[in-house]
Design a protein around this ligand. Structure first.
Ligand SMILES: NC(=O)c1ccc[n+]([C@@H]2O[C@H](COP(=O)([O-])OP(=O)(O)OC[C@H]3O[C@@H](n4cnc5c(N)ncnc54)[C@H](O)[C@@H]3O)[C@@H](O)[C@H]2O)c1
Length: 364
């Protein structure tokens, strides 16, 4: 029997629990080690989640594991990811890949170098687990809906207006509202997911125009723009217009103020021969298709799909088979280039070309 894949987790907060729960379900995985900067947190995590060791630093963790999962806040992704790749460890990094494109280029270069030594690298754009998204990618590549003309999609949450996921000023939520703590706002947090989902299904974008908004937060019935001396200045809403390679147009929007929506993603893609759409609030494993057969009634057909593997399963499978899967860290860097163009556009007010994610290379 093959030896189990020994997993190490860096950052043992909220999302790390979701990772641990998923690895426990996969055969041939050993929960080997974990690490956190807050004293006692990794010890508690190891005890409750069943990890064998608590490491005191990165070298100690690397010595105990085959694969590393990075679940630290966004601004602490780049350093441990590069260190793990250089140590020859397989890496699954949480999204967004980094906070800046410059950092993303360095991480991508480390991933490319490590891949030459058969190291697997992935990023956790989690909605890749949706069979609808996978089917959308397949249909677009096959040209089923003809030439792309128009795309619209959204990712909506409401935790700034409600306390469904706890208070916005709780330890684990507050860093998401402050640029000083490395937050890219809703653009970085949810924008990376919906840009990955949308462009994986519809194709490559060459320019974006973006509008960002930041609203006062509600604290005991009052509006506040700072909390305990820190500015709550990360964006809460992003409206992104897309100009596709090939001329099609699209619009993506995301917000943390979308009252009435907990965690709602939807995507609709229109081509010259038909259209596809899916709504993850309704079903991860169904897609609606309009294939131009009834132009007078525009009737759509729902197609139920077989569930597809999630990123945790894909990551372990990739390690075991030695075959890189998607979404990989290079895709994470490409999405970081989209986010960077959005930020530039939000300041300039103009359309901005997507910069290259490759260090010192032309876009391609
Ligand atoms: N893929 C998804 O759907 C999804 C969902 C939620 C969160 N996330 C991502 O997961 C990451 C973590 O989010 P979270 O909600 O768990 O945050 P969190 O604040 O709950 O936990 C982060 C943990 O990392 C620890 N930490 C900080 N710096 C560290 C360092 N240098 N080394 C080791 N540990 C360190 C903190 O002490 C904390 O325990 C973020 O990047 C977030 O965007 C992804």
């Amino acid at each position: 029997m093959a030896a189990p894949v020994k997993i190490g987790i860096i950052g043992t907060g909220g999302m790390a629990k979701a990772h641990a729960a998923e690895y426990k379900k996969i055969k041939g995985v050993a929960l080997a080690a974990c690490l956190d900067v807050i004293p006692g947190r990794a010890e508690e995590f190891a005890k409750t989640q069943g990890f064998a060791h608590v490491a005191k630093d990165l070298p100690e963790l690397f010595a105990l594991v085959d694969a590393v999962v990075i679940v630290t806040p966004d601004r602490f992704h780049a350093e441990p990811t590069i260190a793990a790749l250089k140590a020859g460890k397989h890496v699954l990094c949480e999204k967004p890949l980094t906070v800046t494109l410059e950092e993303a280029r360095a991480v991508a270069a480390a991933a490319q170098a490590a891949a030459k030594k058969h190291v697997i690298h992935m990023i956790n754009f989690s909605y890749r687990r949706s069979a609808a998204m996978q089917k959308g990618i397949e249909l677009r590549k096959a040209g089923t809906i003809g030439t792309l003309r128009h795309v619209h999609s959204y990712y909506l949450q409401s935790w700034l207006g409600t306390s469904t996921w706890g208070d916005w000023h709780s330890d684990s939520m507050l860093w998401r509202l402050q640029t000083a703590k490395g937050s890219g706002g809703v653009l970085g947090d949810l924008g990376c997911h919906i840009l990955d989902l949308t462009t994986a299904v519809s194709g490559e974008v060459e320019a974006v125009r973006c509008n960002l908004a930041t609203f006062p937060k509600l604290l005991k019935g009052k509006e506040v723009t700072t909390y305990q001396g820190g500015a709550l200045d990360a964006n809460d809403t992003a409206i992104i217009e897309l100009q596709y390679v090939g001329g099609a147009t699209g619009i993506v929007h995301t917000s943390r103020w979308a009252t009435g929506h907990l965690n709602h993603l939807r995507c609709e893609v229109h081509g010259t021969q038909g259209a596809l759409r899916f709504d993850l609030d309704e079903d991860y494993d169904a897609i609606d298709l309009y294939l131009g057969k009834n132009p007078k009634t525009a009737s759509w057909k729902k197609k139920k799909l077989k569930p597809t593997p999630n990123n945790y399963q894909r990551f372990i499978r990739a390690i075991k088979t030695g075959t890189q899967d998607q979404p990989d860290i290079l895709r994470g860097a490409e999405i970081q280039a989209y986010l960077e163009a959005c930020l530039t556009s939000a300041t300039s007010g103009k359309w901005e070309a997507i910069p290259s994610w490759k260090s010192g290379a032309a876009r391609g």
